[in-house]
Design a protein around this ligand. Structure first.
Ligand code: ARG
Length: 456
């Protein structure tokens, strides 16, 4: 098949060489964006008198008809035509004749592909923001039900202090809020137009970049033609924001996996988000959470991959940059899938409130309460800490917990202890009283939930 750029060539490459260079197997994902970019471009060409109004209409109608055919999956692309841009141009000429060849006036595939990528990411980042919001809603809904559900809070995965389960869930709300902010902020850099930068240097034709940019809904245009066609920062940024988001989801996955183990048994995943074993009939595995934890790796890989592709490239376009696509598509698919799964998993999981609460009664996570009690009565905290440490050791040796110690034994350690100490040792009281800003105290958690709802 003759190449669209074949004029200068006397020989054609073999099929397998073409296959190696082609991107159509994956950049067909950009079909709609490419057609939209072309429609804006040709509208601009006609408006600026670079082609006639009639030519403009013919080309535009041809492109619109390709859009319909693409929607119906009627276009079958060819590897010989290398990529989505050349495939579509060839379909266009088939459809409307040689006037189709005028579409590429004052344009290059370099600004064309960059335009496609900007359009693609704008659409998907907006979608991502929506999916994050849905997951946040699911978190709020569960958190509201569990403001007063107490469970052990951990540091070093050792029981630390009792906390509200609602508070724990809301920690993820705020992480996601930052992810959302990062995506929103990045739209500033995604939503600008490289179209009209040409191959690298601009064009001799009297084009109107502002106009074609506006037609595509871009908020501005790249200031520099070289930068316009060689910038992939906006994709790197997307991969980076997505990596951070996946890291959050992966940490959450790890907790869900731990919580659904028999050792913890804090939650039970709904059957629709769990799987069985082909050999062990008793099993109910948290596969979805494990997969999200696992898929985090590929998103990091996509980020590091693209950073590496770009790092040694001279200006402007280099074919290396064709490698920017698969990682981006894969990341969109991975992140949207993970967010959707998580939303469903959280909304449907069963919280074993009694197990959470009884576990917090059989531990030393109320030791800080004892030390705080003494410190509140004027003893320097360091001394209080030492006294309570000894009491814990005493309990460990006796095989009991702090609240099992009778008052006289507590008073042997410090005469500051009074009857009301047992109330302070109650995990419910311990949580309720942690009312400092952003703390796990019930009033704080309720206030945070209210604030979060307003944000959505
Ligand atoms: N398929 C190419 C890519 O994705 C399109 C741009 C090709 N430009 C070129 N000068 N060969 O990067």
């Amino acid at each position: 098949m003759k190449k669209l750029w074949g004029g200068r060539f006397t020989k054609t490459a073999e099929q397998w060489v073409d296959e190696f260079g082609a991107s159509i197997s994956f950049d067909k994902e950009l079909v709609m964006e490419d057609l939209e970019g072309s429609i804006a471009h040709v509208t601009m060409l006609a408006k600026c008198g670079i082609i006639t109004a009639e030519e403009g209409n013919t080309i535009k109608n041809g492109l619109l008809s390709l859009k319909e055919r693409a929607k119906k999956n009627e276009l079958s692309f060819s590897v010989q035509l290398e990529d989505i841009h050349l495939n579509l141009e060839s379909f266009l000429t088939e459809e409307i004749g040689h006037v189709g060849g005028k579409l590429h006036t004052a344009r290059s595939r370099n600004d064309q592909v960059a335009t496609d990528m900007h359009l693609y990411l704008r659409k998907h980042v907006n979608e991502m923001i929506q999916f994050i919001t849905e997951m946040q809603s699911a978190l709020i809904e569960q958190a509201e039900k569990h403001v007063e559900t107490i469970l052990p809070g951990y540091t070093h995965l050792q029981r630390a202090q009792p906390i509200s389960f609602g508070h724990h869930l809301m920690a993820y709300f705020w992480m996601l809020e930052r992810d959302k902010e990062r995506y929103k902020e990045s739209l500033k850099r995604i939503n600008i137009s490289p179209l009209g930068a040409g191959a690298l240097a601009g064009t001799t034709f009297p084009i109107d970049r502002e106009y074609s940019g506006k037609l595509l809904g871009f908020e501005g245009i790249y200031e520099n033609s070289l930068d316009a066609v060689s910038d992939r920062d906006f994709i790197i940024e997307f991969l980076s924001t997505s990596s951070i988001l996946m890291m959050h989801l992966s940490r959450f996955s790890e907790e869900i996996i731990l919580w659904s183990s028999q050792e913890f048994n804090f939650v039970e995943l709904d059957d629709t988000f769990a799987t069985g074993s082909s050999i062990m009939p008793q099993k109910k595995n948290p596969d979805m959470a494990e997969l999200i934890r696992g898929k985090t790796g590929r998103v990091y890989g996509n980020l590091v991959g693209l950073l590496t592709v770009l790092k040694g490239l001279p200006l402007a376009y280099n074919k290396d940059m064709q490698e920017d696509k698969e990682g981006m598509f894969d990341t969109v698919k991975t992140v949207t899938g993970s967010l959707k799964i998580f939303t469903g998993m959280i909304a449907t999981m069963k919280v074993n409130q009694n197990i959470m609460e009884s576990s917090v009664k059989k531990d030393f996570s109320n030791a800080t309460e004892l030390a705080d009690y003494l410190a509140a009565k004027g003893l320097p905290f360091r001394e209080a800490h030492e006294i309570v440490g000894k009491l814990v050791l005493k309990c460990v040796n006796k095989g009991c917990y702090l609240s099992d110690l009778p008052l006289n034994e507590l008073r042997e350690a410090s005469t500051l202890f009074e009857d009301d100490i047992y109330e302070a040792l109650d995990p419910y009281t311990a949580v309720k009283r942690r009312n400092s800003a952003g703390g796990t105290g019930f009033d704080q958690v309720l206030a945070a939930i209210e604030k979060a709802k307003k944000l959505l």
